[in-house]
Design a protein around this ligand. Sequence first.
Ligand code: NDP
Ligand code: OXD
Length: 313
Amino acid sequence: MNFLYYCQGEDGSLLNAVREQLGESHRLFDWLNDTDIPLKDIDAAIVWLPPDEFFNGLDNLTHVFALAAGVDHLLQHPSLPAEVNVVRLRDAGMAEQMAEYALYGTLHAQRKMQEFSNAQINHQWSHDISAKAAFETRLGILGAGALGTKVAQRLSLNGYPVKCWSRSEKQLPSPIQSLHGQDTIDEFLNQSDVLVCLLPLTEATQGILNSELFEKLPPGAFLINPGRGGHLVDNDLISALDSGHLSGALLDVFHNEPLVAEHPFWNHPQVIVTPHVAAKSVPAKSAEQIIYSINCVERGETPPGLVNRLRGY
Ligand code: NDP
Ligand code: OXD
């Protein structure tokens, strides 16, 4: 097979890892640096955030291997033909990092670290701020996929009561509780003192983090969103924080990235902003997974991580 590669903002380590593992039997073209790319001979692309014109002229393309777990950008790509198969990464070293990110946010909320930071600014010795114990801080994870499941396991080991919510039924190891479907969402939200969003961004999940959802969370709940910016209605979050119903938020993803300098999240005293770094794919593991998927395709098998384009993930 012939491959065309594009990865926005990478330092070359991922490209090298893919090249090395692909070996001599395949040709790999680098969109940014190679000239005279035989577009009509390209069978598959390996990409992260390719430019709008990227797929133009790739008339024989059958597969796109996403260098990411989330494929929302790719499925909305203006030049990607509807019939091309899209394959995404599953974990590839990201789940551990995501578990750390969620643990950090959960500790921040549970131990009331924002209140101590604010008190420090005023040189206040706020000895009377008291935190709940981990076992009293209920964690709710929207999404029980590759990342949500790992977050659940890690946080459960740290003593937090954990519930996951997904589209289809799951059997997760005890004591993690698993709920699924629209009928259970209210029960799930009512018992989530810390809510982590690890859903894919699809038509069904766009704007899911809105006022109506926030009202169902217990007073003082804390939001962690490393999913996608499109899950969140920004102004609804600001209202829920300003009214005191939510105590804070840790946000990693935004409608437009980089987050514009004027955005109110930057200066909001109860918001922590991180620049889409919750979990970065690990080059060697990503390359290994892509090569495994390529081998599956060449054997005529369905590669793990094949995206259902109608469902959107
Ligand atoms: P998966 O596809 O493995 O898991 C998605 C989960 O969401 C599944 O449990 C799925 O349910 C559930 N889900 C999807 N749609 C719905 C719905 N309408 N209602 C209820 N549940 C739903 O994804 P990953 O765990 O690999 O990744 C999740 C997201 O994390 C990515 O799409 C990406 O946006 C984000 N991400 C962010 C990163 C960062 O650094 N900030 C890094 C990597 C990923 P079911 O199991 O029933 O299908
Ligand atoms: C991903 C991401 O989806 O890094 O992999 O956001």
